[in-house]
Design a protein around this ligand. Sequence first.
Ligand code: ADE
Ligand code: ZN
Length: 334
Amino acid sequence: MDEDQIDRITRLPKVELHLHHEGAAPPAFIRGLAQEKSVNLEGVFTSNGGYAFRDFVHFLSVYEAATSVLKSPEDYARLTKAVLEESAANDVVYSETFLSPDFCGGGDVGAWREYLHAIKDAADEAERDHGIILRGIVTCIRHFGPDKAKATALCAAETAGDWIVGFGIAGDEMKGKPKDFAYSFDMAREAGLHLTAHAGEWGGAASVHDAIDDLGVTRIGHGVHAITDLALVDKLVENEIVLEVCPGSNVVLNVYPNLAVHPIDTLRERGVKVTVSTDDPPFFHTTMRQEYLNLAKTFGWDEAVFAELNDTAARAAFCDDDTRARVLKRLERI
Ligand code: ADE
Ligand code: ZN
Protein backbone atom coordinates (compact mmCIF):
# COMPACT_ATOMS: atom_id res chain seq x y z
CA MET A 1 0.00 0.00 0.00
CA ASP A 2 1.53 3.35 -1.01
CA GLU A 3 1.79 6.48 1.15
CA ASP A 4 -0.98 8.28 -0.76
CA GLN A 5 -3.39 5.45 -0.13
CA ILE A 6 -2.49 5.33 3.58
CA ASP A 7 -2.91 9.08 3.78
CA ARG A 8 -6.38 8.92 2.21
CA ILE A 9 -7.41 6.12 4.58
CA THR A 10 -6.31 7.89 7.75
CA ARG A 11 -8.15 11.07 6.68
CA LEU A 12 -11.46 9.37 5.92
CA PRO A 13 -14.51 10.75 7.73
CA LYS A 14 -15.17 8.41 10.65
CA VAL A 15 -17.90 7.24 13.01
CA GLU A 16 -16.84 6.20 16.51
CA LEU A 17 -19.33 4.25 18.64
CA HIS A 18 -17.22 3.28 21.67
CA LEU A 19 -15.55 6.06 23.62
CA HIS A 20 -15.44 6.57 27.39
CA HIS A 21 -15.78 10.26 28.18
CA GLU A 22 -13.29 10.34 31.08
CA GLY A 23 -11.11 7.79 29.30
CA ALA A 24 -10.69 10.27 26.46
CA ALA A 25 -9.36 12.98 28.79
CA PRO A 26 -5.89 14.12 27.73
CA PRO A 27 -3.49 13.53 30.67
CA ALA A 28 -2.35 17.18 30.57
CA PHE A 29 -5.97 18.25 31.00
CA ILE A 30 -6.39 16.00 34.08
CA ARG A 31 -3.04 17.15 35.50
CA GLY A 32 -4.08 20.80 35.02
CA LEU A 33 -7.38 20.26 36.85
CA ALA A 34 -5.58 18.41 39.66
CA GLN A 35 -3.26 21.39 40.12
CA GLU A 36 -6.16 23.87 40.09
CA LYS A 37 -7.97 21.86 42.76
CA SER A 38 -4.90 20.74 44.73
CA VAL A 39 -5.75 17.07 44.25
CA ASN A 40 -2.84 14.67 44.72
CA LEU A 41 -2.72 12.31 41.73
CA GLU A 42 0.43 10.47 42.71
CA GLY A 43 0.81 7.24 40.76
CA VAL A 44 -1.59 8.23 37.97
CA PHE A 45 1.02 9.45 35.48
CA THR A 46 4.22 8.04 33.99
CA SER A 47 7.38 10.17 33.96
CA ASN A 48 6.56 10.90 30.29
CA GLY A 49 3.22 12.40 31.25
CA GLY A 50 1.01 9.51 30.05
CA TYR A 51 -1.30 7.44 32.22
CA ALA A 52 0.44 4.73 34.27
CA PHE A 53 -1.12 1.27 34.68
CA ARG A 54 0.08 -2.33 34.81
CA ASP A 55 -2.99 -4.30 33.76
CA PHE A 56 -6.75 -3.98 33.28
CA VAL A 57 -7.75 -3.89 36.95
CA HIS A 58 -5.03 -1.33 37.67
CA PHE A 59 -6.18 0.62 34.59
CA LEU A 60 -9.70 0.82 36.08
CA SER A 61 -8.37 2.20 39.37
CA VAL A 62 -6.11 4.75 37.64
CA TYR A 63 -9.10 5.74 35.47
CA GLU A 64 -11.18 6.35 38.59
CA ALA A 65 -8.37 8.29 40.29
CA ALA A 66 -7.96 10.54 37.24
CA THR A 67 -11.75 10.99 37.08
CA SER A 68 -11.82 12.15 40.72
CA VAL A 69 -10.59 15.62 39.66
CA LEU A 70 -13.74 16.10 37.53
CA LYS A 71 -15.93 17.56 40.24
CA SER A 72 -18.51 19.80 38.56
CA PRO A 73 -20.66 20.25 35.45
CA GLU A 74 -18.22 22.98 34.36
CA ASP A 75 -15.32 20.46 34.53
CA TYR A 76 -17.30 18.09 32.30
CA ALA A 77 -18.03 20.93 29.88
CA ARG A 78 -14.30 21.62 29.61
CA LEU A 79 -13.63 17.90 29.20
CA THR A 80 -16.23 17.62 26.45
CA LYS A 81 -14.64 20.49 24.54
CA ALA A 82 -11.16 18.89 24.81
CA VAL A 83 -12.43 15.44 23.79
CA LEU A 84 -14.39 16.69 20.79
CA GLU A 85 -11.55 18.87 19.51
CA GLU A 86 -9.35 15.77 19.46
CA SER A 87 -12.02 13.61 17.82
CA ALA A 88 -12.70 16.26 15.16
CA ALA A 89 -8.94 16.51 14.47
CA ASN A 90 -9.15 12.78 13.70
CA ASP A 91 -11.95 13.40 11.17
CA VAL A 92 -14.62 11.86 13.41
CA VAL A 93 -17.97 13.20 12.22
CA TYR A 94 -20.17 11.33 14.69
CA SER A 95 -19.33 9.91 18.08
CA GLU A 96 -21.14 8.20 20.94
CA THR A 97 -19.68 8.64 24.38
CA PHE A 98 -20.18 6.61 27.56
CA LEU A 99 -21.28 8.82 30.45
CA SER A 100 -21.68 7.53 33.98
CA PRO A 101 -23.93 9.34 36.47
CA ASP A 102 -21.79 7.63 39.16
CA PHE A 103 -19.05 10.12 38.22
CA CYS A 104 -21.48 12.92 37.32
CA GLY A 105 -23.40 13.67 40.49
CA GLY A 106 -23.08 10.31 42.29
CA GLY A 107 -26.23 8.77 40.78
CA ASP A 108 -28.58 11.58 41.86
CA VAL A 109 -31.03 12.44 39.05
CA GLY A 110 -31.09 16.18 39.76
CA ALA A 111 -27.30 16.48 39.84
CA TRP A 112 -27.00 14.28 36.74
CA ARG A 113 -29.34 16.64 34.84
CA GLU A 114 -26.97 19.52 35.60
CA TYR A 115 -23.93 17.61 34.37
CA LEU A 116 -25.80 16.50 31.27
CA HIS A 117 -26.91 20.05 30.52
CA ALA A 118 -23.30 21.28 30.67
CA ILE A 119 -22.02 18.40 28.52
CA LYS A 120 -24.74 18.93 25.92
CA ASP A 121 -24.05 22.67 25.73
CA ALA A 122 -20.36 21.99 25.16
CA ALA A 123 -21.21 19.37 22.52
CA ASP A 124 -23.52 21.81 20.71
CA GLU A 125 -20.70 24.35 20.66
CA ALA A 126 -18.27 21.76 19.26
CA GLU A 127 -20.82 20.83 16.58
CA ARG A 128 -21.04 24.50 15.57
CA ASP A 129 -17.25 24.93 15.61
CA HIS A 130 -16.08 21.60 14.17
CA GLY A 131 -19.14 19.92 12.68
CA ILE A 132 -18.77 16.87 14.94
CA ILE A 133 -22.00 15.33 16.29
CA LEU A 134 -21.99 13.75 19.77
CA ARG A 135 -24.60 11.57 21.47
CA GLY A 136 -24.51 10.02 24.95
CA ILE A 137 -24.86 6.48 26.26
CA VAL A 138 -25.54 6.34 29.99
CA THR A 139 -23.34 3.60 31.37
CA CYS A 140 -23.38 1.71 34.62
CA ILE A 141 -20.16 0.35 36.07
CA ARG A 142 -20.20 -3.39 36.60
CA HIS A 143 -17.88 -3.49 39.60
CA PHE A 144 -19.99 -0.86 41.39
CA GLY A 145 -22.74 -3.52 41.53
CA PRO A 146 -26.42 -3.90 40.53
CA ASP A 147 -27.83 -1.42 43.09
CA LYS A 148 -25.73 1.47 41.80
CA ALA A 149 -26.72 0.35 38.29
CA LYS A 150 -30.40 0.81 39.16
CA ALA A 151 -29.77 4.43 40.18
CA THR A 152 -27.84 4.87 36.93
CA ALA A 153 -30.70 3.36 34.91
CA LEU A 154 -33.12 5.76 36.59
CA CYS A 155 -30.88 8.70 35.55
CA ALA A 156 -30.87 7.25 32.02
CA ALA A 157 -34.63 6.74 31.89
CA GLU A 158 -35.29 10.27 33.21
CA THR A 159 -33.08 11.87 30.56
CA ALA A 160 -33.70 9.52 27.60
CA GLY A 161 -34.36 11.42 24.41
CA ASP A 162 -32.70 12.64 21.29
CA TRP A 163 -29.32 13.21 23.00
CA ILE A 164 -29.14 10.41 25.55
CA VAL A 165 -29.77 7.62 23.11
CA GLY A 166 -28.45 4.49 24.79
CA PHE A 167 -27.69 2.57 27.94
CA GLY A 168 -24.69 0.34 28.56
CA ILE A 169 -22.42 -1.33 31.05
CA ALA A 170 -18.63 -1.02 31.39
CA GLY A 171 -16.15 -1.83 34.15
CA ASP A 172 -14.73 -5.10 35.40
CA GLU A 173 -16.28 -7.84 33.32
CA MET A 174 -15.10 -10.50 35.76
CA LYS A 175 -17.40 -9.13 38.51
CA GLY A 176 -20.97 -10.47 38.57
CA LYS A 177 -23.08 -11.64 35.63
CA PRO A 178 -25.04 -9.75 32.97
CA LYS A 179 -28.27 -11.15 34.50
CA ASP A 180 -27.57 -9.18 37.70
CA PHE A 181 -28.11 -6.02 35.64
CA ALA A 182 -31.23 -7.16 33.75
CA TYR A 183 -33.53 -4.95 35.85
CA SER A 184 -31.54 -1.84 34.87
CA PHE A 185 -31.44 -2.80 31.21
CA ASP A 186 -35.21 -3.46 31.25
CA MET A 187 -35.80 0.00 32.74
CA ALA A 188 -33.61 1.60 30.06
CA ARG A 189 -35.29 -0.35 27.26
CA GLU A 190 -38.73 0.70 28.51
CA ALA A 191 -37.55 4.31 28.40
CA GLY A 192 -36.81 3.86 24.69
CA LEU A 193 -33.04 3.59 24.96
CA HIS A 194 -30.89 1.40 22.72
CA LEU A 195 -28.65 -1.08 24.50
CA THR A 196 -25.01 -2.11 24.42
CA ALA A 197 -22.78 -4.01 26.87
CA HIS A 198 -19.08 -4.58 27.32
CA ALA A 199 -18.65 -8.35 26.92
CA GLY A 200 -16.15 -10.75 25.46
CA GLU A 201 -13.28 -8.39 26.25
CA TRP A 202 -12.15 -10.28 29.38
CA GLY A 203 -14.92 -12.86 29.55
CA GLY A 204 -15.17 -15.70 27.05
CA ALA A 205 -17.80 -16.39 24.43
CA ALA A 206 -20.35 -17.25 27.16
CA SER A 207 -20.26 -13.65 28.37
CA VAL A 208 -21.30 -12.47 24.90
CA HIS A 209 -24.14 -15.03 24.77
CA ASP A 210 -25.27 -13.82 28.22
CA ALA A 211 -25.19 -10.14 27.26
CA ILE A 212 -27.37 -10.85 24.20
CA ASP A 213 -29.76 -13.28 25.91
CA ASP A 214 -30.07 -11.67 29.37
CA LEU A 215 -29.76 -7.97 28.53
CA GLY A 216 -31.19 -7.86 25.00
CA VAL A 217 -28.39 -5.69 23.61
CA THR A 218 -28.08 -4.97 19.89
CA ARG A 219 -24.40 -3.98 20.13
CA ILE A 220 -21.51 -5.46 22.07
CA GLY A 221 -18.52 -3.49 23.35
CA HIS A 222 -15.47 -5.48 22.20
CA GLY A 223 -17.00 -8.98 21.85
CA VAL A 224 -13.73 -10.21 20.38
CA HIS A 225 -13.70 -13.50 22.28
CA ALA A 226 -16.73 -14.53 20.24
CA ILE A 227 -14.16 -15.84 17.78
CA THR A 228 -13.60 -18.89 20.02
CA ASP A 229 -17.21 -20.07 19.43
CA LEU A 230 -18.22 -20.28 15.79
CA ALA A 231 -21.88 -20.91 16.69
CA LEU A 232 -21.77 -17.55 18.48
CA VAL A 233 -20.18 -15.95 15.44
CA ASP A 234 -23.14 -17.25 13.39
CA LYS A 235 -25.55 -15.89 16.03
CA LEU A 236 -23.91 -12.44 15.76
CA VAL A 237 -24.22 -12.56 11.98
CA GLU A 238 -27.84 -13.80 11.98
CA ASN A 239 -29.00 -11.28 14.58
CA GLU A 240 -26.94 -8.46 13.04
CA ILE A 241 -25.33 -7.72 16.39
CA VAL A 242 -22.72 -5.02 15.87
CA LEU A 243 -19.33 -5.25 17.60
CA GLU A 244 -17.68 -2.07 18.84
CA VAL A 245 -14.12 -3.31 18.39
CA CYS A 246 -11.23 -1.38 19.92
CA PRO A 247 -8.10 -3.05 18.55
CA GLY A 248 -5.50 -0.69 20.05
CA SER A 249 -7.08 -0.97 23.50
CA ASN A 250 -7.02 -4.78 23.25
CA VAL A 251 -3.32 -4.79 22.37
CA VAL A 252 -2.23 -2.33 25.09
CA LEU A 253 -4.30 -4.16 27.73
CA ASN A 254 -2.83 -7.44 26.49
CA VAL A 255 -6.07 -9.10 25.42
CA TYR A 256 -3.97 -9.94 22.34
CA PRO A 257 -0.18 -9.66 22.12
CA ASN A 258 -0.26 -7.74 18.83
CA LEU A 259 -2.63 -6.56 16.09
CA ALA A 260 -1.62 -9.29 13.63
CA VAL A 261 -3.27 -11.94 15.84
CA HIS A 262 -6.32 -9.81 16.69
CA PRO A 263 -9.55 -11.43 15.42
CA ILE A 264 -11.15 -8.31 13.89
CA ASP A 265 -10.22 -9.32 10.35
CA THR A 266 -11.49 -12.90 10.76
CA LEU A 267 -14.72 -11.72 12.39
CA ARG A 268 -15.29 -9.35 9.48
CA GLU A 269 -14.56 -12.04 6.91
CA ARG A 270 -17.06 -14.33 8.61
CA GLY A 271 -19.72 -11.66 8.13
CA VAL A 272 -19.87 -10.11 11.60
CA LYS A 273 -20.73 -6.41 11.59
CA VAL A 274 -17.56 -4.90 13.06
CA THR A 275 -16.82 -1.24 13.73
CA VAL A 276 -13.63 0.45 14.99
CA SER A 277 -13.22 2.69 18.03
CA THR A 278 -10.50 3.85 20.42
CA ASP A 279 -12.11 3.12 23.87
CA ASP A 280 -9.86 5.39 26.01
CA PRO A 281 -7.48 6.90 23.45
CA PRO A 282 -4.82 8.68 25.57
CA PHE A 283 -4.61 5.71 27.95
CA PHE A 284 -3.81 3.47 25.01
CA HIS A 285 -1.63 5.94 23.06
CA THR A 286 -4.02 5.86 20.17
CA THR A 287 -6.33 7.98 18.03
CA MET A 288 -8.87 7.10 15.35
CA ARG A 289 -6.33 7.97 12.65
CA GLN A 290 -3.78 5.71 14.34
CA GLU A 291 -6.26 2.83 14.50
CA TYR A 292 -6.99 3.15 10.78
CA LEU A 293 -3.30 3.34 9.95
CA ASN A 294 -2.53 0.22 11.98
CA LEU A 295 -5.43 -1.75 10.50
CA ALA A 296 -4.56 -0.75 6.94
CA LYS A 297 -0.93 -1.76 7.40
CA THR A 298 -1.62 -4.99 9.29
CA PHE A 299 -4.55 -6.38 7.31
CA GLY A 300 -4.16 -4.55 4.00
CA TRP A 301 -7.64 -3.03 4.38
CA ASP A 302 -8.32 -0.51 1.62
CA GLU A 303 -10.62 2.53 1.52
CA ALA A 304 -13.60 0.38 0.54
CA VAL A 305 -13.25 -1.71 3.72
CA PHE A 306 -13.10 1.39 5.93
CA ALA A 307 -16.05 2.93 4.07
CA GLU A 308 -18.03 -0.24 4.81
CA LEU A 309 -17.05 -0.12 8.52
CA ASN A 310 -18.21 3.48 8.77
CA ASP A 311 -21.44 2.72 6.97
CA THR A 312 -22.05 -0.15 9.42
CA ALA A 313 -21.29 2.18 12.35
CA ALA A 314 -23.60 4.93 11.08
CA ARG A 315 -26.43 2.42 10.60
CA ALA A 316 -25.82 0.96 14.09
CA ALA A 317 -25.63 4.39 15.75
CA PHE A 318 -28.27 4.92 18.41
CA CYS A 319 -29.26 8.39 17.14
CA ASP A 320 -32.55 9.25 15.43
CA ASP A 321 -32.92 8.75 11.69
CA ASP A 322 -32.59 12.44 10.75
CA THR A 323 -29.24 12.57 12.52
CA ARG A 324 -28.24 9.26 10.89
CA ALA A 325 -29.06 10.69 7.46
CA ARG A 326 -26.84 13.71 8.19
CA VAL A 327 -24.01 11.39 9.28
CA LEU A 328 -24.35 9.18 6.20
CA LYS A 329 -24.18 12.30 4.04
CA ARG A 330 -20.93 13.33 5.77
CA LEU A 331 -19.49 9.88 5.03
CA GLU A 332 -20.04 10.25 1.30
CA ARG A 333 -16.68 10.69 -0.38
CA ILE A 334 -16.10 14.15 -1.80
N1 ADE B 1 -13.97 1.48 31.14
C1 ADE B 1 -13.14 2.20 30.39
N2 ADE B 1 -12.52 1.42 29.48
C2 ADE B 1 -12.99 0.16 29.66
C3 ADE B 1 -12.76 -1.07 29.04
N3 ADE B 1 -11.90 -1.20 28.02
N4 ADE B 1 -13.41 -2.15 29.51
C4 ADE B 1 -14.27 -2.03 30.52
N5 ADE B 1 -14.53 -0.89 31.14
C5 ADE B 1 -13.90 0.21 30.72
ZN1 ZN C 1 -14.91 0.36 26.63
